[in-house]
Structure formats: C-alpha cells, structure tokens
Design a protein around this ligand. Sequence first.
Ligand SMILES: Nc1nc2c(ncn2[C@@H]2O[C@H](COP(=O)(O)OP(=O)(O)OP(=O)(O)O)[C@@H](O)[C@H]2O)c(=O)[nH]1
Length: 528
Amino acid sequence: MTTVLTSLRNRFLLSLCGVLCLALLALVLIARYQIMPILLEDEETFASAELDRAERALGSELNHMRRLVEDWAYWDDSFDFVSGKRPEYVDSNLYEDTLETLDLELMLFLDADREAFWVVGYDEEGEFTSCPGVAPPCDWAEPARDFLVRHIEQKADDATDTWLLAQSELAMAALSPIHQSREASPAAGWLAMVRPFNAPWIEQLRDTTGIQMELSPVPQQEGPIQYLERVSPTHMAAQRLIPALPPNRAVRIDALLPRQRYQASLETFRFALYWTGGVLIVTLLIVLWLLERMVLLPLRQFTHYTQRVHREVVLPAMPDSLAARHDEIGTLAREFRHLLDHQRKQSEQLLELSQHDPLTGVANRRLFDERFAEALSLRSARHRTSAMMIDIDHFKLYNDHYGHQAGDICLMTLAQCMEDCLKPHGFLVARTGGEEFSVLLPGTSLDIALAHARELLKAINALEMPHEFSPTSTSVTVSIGVAAHQADMTTPSDIMRAADQAMYQAKTGGRNRVEAYRTSDQLSPVER
Ligand SMILES: Nc1nc2c(ncn2[C@@H]2O[C@H](COP(=O)(O)OP(=O)(O)OP(=O)(O)O)[C@@H](O)[C@H]2O)c(=O)[nH]1
C-alpha cells in the first residue's frame, strides 16, 4: 500500500477516483432526496387526475340516466298514464324489449299520492314481471318503492335525482317527477329507472376514458377515500371510493395506471447519470494522460539527469527536453543546474584554499605531503624522486629592518621565482614553514635535482633583492638542501629530514649555497 501511494500517478489516480465517486454519490443523493420526491408527487397528481376523469365518466353516465328518465317523465303519455287516463300505455311501452333496449332492470311509476302505480322489471331470479303496484309477483320492488317514497317525502325541490347503487351488484338509478310537457302543472307522479353496471358497459367506459379500470361495490369505510400503490416500476394501482346507496356502501374505482412520467424521468436520470459518469471517466483519463505528459515524464527525465550528475565526474549536459522548457519544471531544472555550477565552483575554491598557501599562492604542506606520497607510490618513478628544502637566509633581520609587510612581499617574490624556475619542469613548490619552502621533484635523480637547485639559487641571486643588514650578503639569498630517495630513505619524512640536514649544512657552510644529502656510498671520491 505504501509503495502504491508513493507514486504521484497512483495518488493522483486515487484522488480523482475519490472525487468521481463523490460526484456520483452526490448525483445519486440529489436524485434520491430532491428529484424522486418531485417525481412521486407528480405521479400522485397524475393518478388523482386520472381518477377524477374516471369519476367524471361515471357522472356522465348518471347524466345520461337523468336525461333518459326525464325524456320519459316529460312525455305526455307518461303523464296521462299515471293520471289513469291511458291504460294502453302498458301494452304499447312497458314490455320486456323496452327494458332490454334501454338497458334497464327496473321502471317504477308512482302516482301523485306516492303509491306504486306500475312496476316493470326483472325479479331476483331474472324473470320479467310487470304489475300494477308492488303486490306479488312484483313484491321484489318493495324496498325500492319504500326508498323512493321516503326520499320524495324529504325532498324539497322538484328536480331529477340520480344515484349510484352499490348493493351486491353495481347499478345506477334516476328519479324524476312526471310533468306535462307543455304546461306548468303539479307532478302527476314519479318515474324511477334502475340500470345495472354490466360488463359491456364497463368495457365501454374503459374505451371512452382509456383508463384500465374496474368498478366494484364495497362497504363505505373510514379514512382516506383515495389510495395509491406502486405495484411495479411500470404501473401503479389507484383506488377511489365514491359514496353510493345504500348509505353504508360505496363504489370503488380500481385503476391500473402507467408510470410513464416516472419511467421517462427515470430514463432521463439514468441517461444523465451514465453520461455524467462517462464524461467524468473520460476527463479522468485525459487528466492522467496530461499529468503523465506534462509532469511525470519531465520529472523522470529530471531524476535521470540528477542520477547522471551523481554518477559521472564531469558535469553532464542537461537534456534539451528539460532545459528548453518554459514551465515550472524547466525553471526548476535550470535552477538546479545553476546551483550545481555554483556548488562545483565553491568546492573548487575550498579545495584551492585547503591545498595552497594564501600568502604566496604556492602549494601548502598538505598538498605537498599528498603529492609526495603519490610520487613514492608509483613503483616506476619512486627510485628517482628528489626533494629540496629552501630556507631564506637571515630573514629575521630582514623582517626586523624592512618590516613584516616587506617580509611578506619578499616571500611572495621568492615563491614566484621558484615557481617560474621549477614549475615548467613539473616540480611542485610548496611553502612548508614561515620562511621555508619545499620542492618535490618526481622522476628526478639527485644530480639533476642538484642542478635545478643551483639554477634556482642563481635566479634568486639575480633578483638582487636588497638585504643590507645581512651579515653574509647584500641581497636576499637562500640556502638549499637536496635529498633523493634511497634504500634507507623510502618515506617522505625520511627524504625531507635528509633535505633538512643538507639545508642545515648549507647554512653552516656559509649560506647562499646548495648542499646535497649523501650517504657515505653516495659521496664522490673528493668528498670522501
Ligand atoms: N614577514 C614574514 N615573516 C615571517 C613569516 N613567517 C616567519 N617569518 C619570520 O621569519 C623569521 C625566521 O627567522 P629565524 O628562524 O630566526 O631564521 P633566520 O633569521 O632566517 O636566520 P637563518 O635561518 O639562521 O638564516 C622570523 O623572524 C619570523 O618572524 C611570514 O609569513 N611573514
């Protein structure tokens, strides 16, 4: 896990995935708590409107009933019939075909005294009966007669009434006073009609409304008269109770409604969700690709370059792909390169300071010792390595009389002279003490070293730097001791100690001279 997270690409990918999931989650939450309630509310409004339409269709059927009963009740023949003036009315109008044609199950005439005048209809067994009053075989119409009489007694106006009936079977009924058609006269009686809600009629209702509905008689109940249940993602069942007769009964409309708007909105939402998700994923891939091209690739080039800087001795050139960039990474790479140059220069300066004498600029003891050890480590040149020890004569007197600053200038002049004489031969001049210099002559035998020492002595004398207080000369002179690698002198300190001894001999021998350190076998016959 830690290795996975150390990669910038993986961390970026994880972060973007997190953002993507949050965005999708936000979308889902918005859909769940903002859009969905609006959709459901919209569905309820739609269901309510559809039930209203179904109820209006029922009302329209009741209006048909009203018009039918009024047609008959405002017919003069009917008026004459209930007034007892037209007995042939029964034979010419009230027969079974009439009921079938009009889709009726009962026609009940009441006279002005609200007595049952004539009953035509089907009894409980479906037998057609037609009687003057509710005596057998028409006694099955007694409850209807009783209800109508009670209703007329309580009724204040002269208007036509219609009802839905919800007994064991559904039906609708209408009651109208019987009047003469052209004259305003008191009602001669009442005509009631009852029409059953049979299957074809309900089918016709479905066709006209376009609503998949069922009608059924149910007991009237407490609580909401409307109920909605979403039975599937595509349909919902809506119910509504409509008050009917008798008073404790109701007609229930059961409608199976399509959830078109819900489905359409859901589709739209899914579409938006998929597209949003798709666009976010494509964006994520593009961002990752850009990150790879614009950031990670140059960073890898930069890392590769720093690794080369670390490995290689010579500072490698920065790749153009980095140096030519004008963005932050290019700036960083260039700044890094400047820092590197600056550090290299500082290191070189520090090295210079740590290996050279600040006053004269020649090598110091440290560098001299290093080079001496290096020269002696070379098996081929070891046997021909020589060294000189150079000391200024009476320098204390020089300082005392000319001053310390002049002494410094003298030191610098002599150092420069030594470098001029010896450096071209590949010899190393070092200031190894206050007024003491040492010279390393690699690959040089004692005799050649002596020759160089004498040349140097001449060069210093040729400078003719005045030293009027020297007891041995009028100008600045030096004493030089020379020693070379020998069988019993194999280390730098051995050789330098010998050169020092030779230099001491030069001092004691009168100064301004060169002396060589020789063991007895190296002495010339004269010296022996
Ligand atoms: N101006 C100056 N003088 C220095 C420096 N280092 C050492 N000296 C002087 O060099 C002198 C060395 O004197 P001594 O060691 O007595 O030797 P000398 O006077 O040269 O006498 P001999 O070596 O015997 O010829 C001292 O007076 C030091 O102060 C320096 O850096 N600058």
